[in-house]
Design a binder for this molecule. Structure first.
Ligand code: ADP
Ligand code: BMX
Ligand code: ZN
Length: 289
């Protein structure tokens, strides 16, 4: 049965038709609308999925935010231009008249990456470093979503009590420092106003400030991974998101994790499904696998 999978991120929207063998038949992507009002998001989703509707028999959504009873509740509304609430499942049911499921993007990606590991591990954690920093935990082979959808939101654990204010309301969250938005927010002088992608390319050209900002993100992520190891005793941590998958980033995280005591060391791996982990995880969950 063909699933129409949709991934809603703070920066981009993706949609794909996925068959029961988990093959992506057709894929589309567009930027998350600049004015992130409910109406703008609804219109963008409509335009994104319209060309894919013919063969789809169900809809599976992976979305940024806490997903509770089919609705998106932003933990960090700044990642969505101030959008606090969006009725995901109802909107897609109205647009497609198909059965619809929604799950947090990093939780979905964790499930796809757990499957990709092929049964070798029972305890794994997925972390996306993207617009924000998201996470999904698989414990003893089960995906943890939590009683209210908050499970795995490791980007909102404390990295630095003297750090920047996070959009979630706490001070010094990992996300406020390590995410794409966090990297961009700390840029000064010649890099002020640049996005994380530009800062990575400047680092590649030898810009010292750009390189420092990336190291600061990688060091913060390594400390988070040590905390995650202490909390879950996971056997592997899989890293995704456009910042997490950027060239050289994982090696920097490995470098900083190696400086932590041995008890907190854990194997790190780049996401097998790269930028499609959220789409494929949502499809797997809709299939009941
Ligand atoms: P989303 O958060 O919508 O899922 P991404 O995973 O693409 O989307 O993450 C978006 C963040 O990643 C932005 O901060 C963007 O600047 C940054 N980014 C995008 N492409 C790259 C790249 N090639 N290298 C480093 N950072 C990137
Ligand atoms: C934020 C939070 C998480 C999400 C993570 C990564 C919001 C809107 N989102 O911590 O639910 O999983 O960002 O999201 O509060 P992405 O947009 O970077 O993929
Ligand atoms: Zn936070």
């Amino acid at each position: 049965m063909t699933t129409l999978a949709i991934d809603i991120g703070g920066t981009k929207l993706a949609a794909a038709l996925i068959d029961s063998n988990l093959q992506i038949c057709e894929r589309r992507e567009q930027p998350t609308p600049a004015s992130k009002t409910p109406d703008a998001l609804r219109a963008a989703l409509q335009a994104l999925v319209a060309p894919l509707l013919g063969q789809a028999k169900r809809v599976a959504m992976a979305s940024t935010g806490i997903i509770r009873e089919g609705s998106l509740l932003a933990l960090n509304p700044h990642n969505l231009g101030g959008l606090l609430h969006f009725p995901l499942v109802q909107t897609l049911k109205d647009l497609t008249a198909l059965p619809t499921l929604a799950v947090n993007d990093a939780q979905a990606a964790a499930w796809a990456e757990y499957h990709a590991l092929g049964g070798e591990y029972r305890d794994m954690v997925f972390i996306t470093v993207s617009t924000g920093v998201g996470g999904g935990v698989v414990s003893d082979g089960k995906l943890l979503t939590g009683s209210g959808g908050l499970a795995g939101h490791v980007g909102h654990t404390l990295a630095d009590p003297h750090g920047p204010l996070c959009g979630c309301g706490r001070v010094g969250c990992v996300e406020a420092i390590a995410s794409g938005r966090g990297i961009a927010a700390a840029a000064e002088g010649a890099l002020a106003g640049c996005d994380a992608k530009t800062i990575f390319s400047r680092a590649g050209q030898g810009d010292e400030q750009a390189s420092r900002l990336i190291h600061r993100s990688a060091r913060t992520l390594a400390r988070l991974i040590a905390d995650v190891k202490a909390t879950t005793d996971c056997q592997i941590v899989v890293i995704g998101g456009s910042v997490g998958l950027a060239e050289g980033y994982l090696a920097r995280v490995e470098h900083y994790l190696a400086q932590e005591p041995l008890a907190y060391h854990v194997e790190l791996l780049a996401a097998h499904y790269r930028h499609d982990a959220g789409l494929l995880g949502a499809a797997l969950l809709a299939q009941g696998d």
